[in-house]
Design a protein around this ligand. Sequence first.
Ligand code: LMR
Length: 328
Amino acid sequence: MTTAAMALAISATAQTAIAACDDGEIVIKFSHVTNTDRHPKGIAATMLMERVNTEMDGTACMEVFPNSTLYNDDQVLEAMLQGDVQMAAPSLSKFEQFTKQFRIFDLPFMFKNIAAVDEFQNSETGQAMKASMTRRGLLGLEFWHNGMKQMSAKKPLISPADAKGMKFRVQNSDVLKAQMAAMGASPQPMAFSEVYGALQTGVVDGQENTWSNIYGQKFFEVQDGITETNHGIIDYMVVTSVDWWESLDADVRDQLATILNEVTTERNAVVGEVDDQARQAIVDAGSTIRELDEEQRQVWVDAMKPVWEEFVEDVGQENIDAAQAINA
Ligand code: LMR
């Protein structure tokens, strides 16, 4: 596709930035679930599309489908194995059904910040995790960052006890279900695209997510406020199918991998800024943000951290130790 045609396609379809691919180009459908502005994944996916469509014009053509317009995270990996979509970047929580090692990323208070997550992912263990699902037909290409999770509910949350008896939406992850249960709340697994409606209608009372997701999905509009717990993380793995990846000519695969790697490095380096902007946008919208002092935050740590014990065998004590050494 020419640059002019690409610009037209992007501006004409700001929400679903679908490129018009030329005959003979390899079509790469990239499906994701978030918004495209002020969002680490949305921005990175759009940048990847723009670079592929410029630098690989005539060879390959990427179409990005944001906002769950093509698939939600529960469907996309299955669709990938069927060959209906070639790339996605689900949160790491979505991979626990393929390999339980990934549960380490959901354990509350495991990583103190995204820099620690980055260091863990770049360790030998982290890098090996990208190839841990090839047996199941999926190949991880890169990790993309988002940020630390915060808690929100229809009532003020200062202590985890405030969540007692309330229903909290979680991603479909056993660790996250256990974490909510440890707070005395009732976990409700649900697709990301359904959360706003569920909060609005009272199907659930609260949720946990990053600033960019709370901003992008406007959860703050239907919650009492947001408590800055920084209790966990949301991060992503850009994934493809082994069959599709191996079907590419080596030079095409190398060029695509290089572009993806450069976009990853560029966007991961500035993820904190995107996070801060989303937080500020929520403040500007008039939502209440509750900060916790040391003592108040420790109550959340004490309530949630015992959850680790349930999952030590899945994630490996040595990996927990490695993550903790990075935090130190
Ligand atoms: C969620 O389901 O809350 C997140 O994984 C969505 C996302 O992709 O950030």
